[in-house]
Design a protein around this ligand. Structure first.
Ligand code: PLP
Length: 319
């Protein structure tokens, strides 16, 4: 912020130095993702990247159906609202225009493969996988990434698109090769590039959390049959436990754990005072009441066994 304060679009020397740093960061991130630097667009978040991507494809493709994973994040479902027809995967309509699939679900941590479909633009939401498990872009045509989920700062997201997609820019302006207008947030972008430098060690730290997470799950499920791990036997992120406390209110457990110093999440979103049960949980076949009784525990890469023991003790006091 102190050194490269200038606008990267400015033509004076300071601006050009900022431009140089910006392009350096782009090259570095492109190398990490094994794509060409010119295929990356800097955005402020994965939400923005999904909006630009999906809405930007709409004028060419929007009159044909889109197939979407039903547990998708609202950041992806919202820009599809104006699409002529949306069907839920695994249904794949004839003449499908685009398929949107999250690589991992933010609530359950479950991992998903990209469905194979000919002729559709395949969009992968990598917000939850980047820095936790390897990211494979060989089976998709576009992908989005979030900086603050992989150790980078808030305010930096990435949109990757293969060249030649029938895509139109929505935010006009000279920046990002006219694909995303608006002055780039250089400090956030440089922070993202620094975080990407540590990606390999972050990923291996995350991967090594598996046994700690499994021990946590084994302990809490041993207390009662009403405590269930959602998706326990399925491929999952190594740091995430999605726990159903059947018969208990997720919100109340969440508040008590918060007071005890544990920042966990409910499977529900609170909109204007009303608690909305998680659609990601319900698409797995769980009942409405169960969806309201879910807590998600996400371990940070440096989580220690004694911290998990303290969490277990706190949960025990509440159940
Ligand atoms: N997609 C998934 C799967 C997410 O988990 C999130 C954030 O929680 C997003 C998209 C949106 O990311 P951002 O916070 O960068 O807008």
């Amino acid at each position: 912020m102190a050194e490269d304060w200038a606008n990267p679009t400015s033509t004076h020397r300071e601006g050009q130095r900022a431009r140089h740093r910006l392009e350096e960061a782009r090259r570095e991130l492109a190398a990490v993702l094994a794509v060409a630097p010119g295929e990356l667009v800097f955005c402020a978040s994965a939400t923005e990247a999904l909006h630009l991507l999906i809405r930007g494809l709409q004028s060419a493709l929007g009159d044909r159906p889109a197939a979407v994973f039903p547990g998708e994040h609202s950041a992806c479902l919202n820009p599809l609202k104006d699409w002529s027809r949306v069907v839920w995967l695994p249904e794949l309509p004839v003449a499908c225009a685009t398929v949107v699939q999250m690589a991992a679900n933010n609530e359950t941590g479950l991992l998903y493969d990209m469905p194979s479909v000919l002729g559709a633009v395949r969009i992968k939401d990598c917000a939850q996988t980047w820095g936790k498990v390897p990211v494979d872009l060989s089976d998709c045509d576009a992908a989005v990434f979030s900086g603050h989920k992989m150790g980078g700062p808030r305010g930096a997201g990435l949109l990757w698109m293969r060249p030649g997609l029938p895509w139109e820019a929505l935010m006009e302006g000279p920046q990002e090769r006219r694909r995303r207008g608006g002055t780039e947030d250089l400090p956030a972008i440089l922070g993202l590039a620094v975080a990407a430098r540590h990606l390999t060690e972050r990923q291996s730290a995350n991967e090594s959390l598996g046994p700690l997470r499994d021990a946590f799950e084994a302990e809490i499920t041993s207390w009662s049959r009403d405590i269930e791990i959602i998706g326990r036997s399925l491929p999952r992120l190594p740091n995430t436990s999605c726990v159903l406390f059947r018969g208990r209110k997720g919100e109340a457990l969440h508040a008590s754990l918060d007071l005890a110093g544990f920042a966990v999440s409910t499977g529900s979103a609170c909109h204007s005072g009303a608690v909305k049960p998680s659609h990601a949980i319900m698409t797995l076949g769980y009942h409405l009441d169960d969806a309201r009784s879910v807590l998600r525990f996400s371990m940070l890469p440096d989580a220690r066994p004694d911290e998990v023991e303290a969490l277990v003790a706190a949960i025990k006091r509440l159940t």
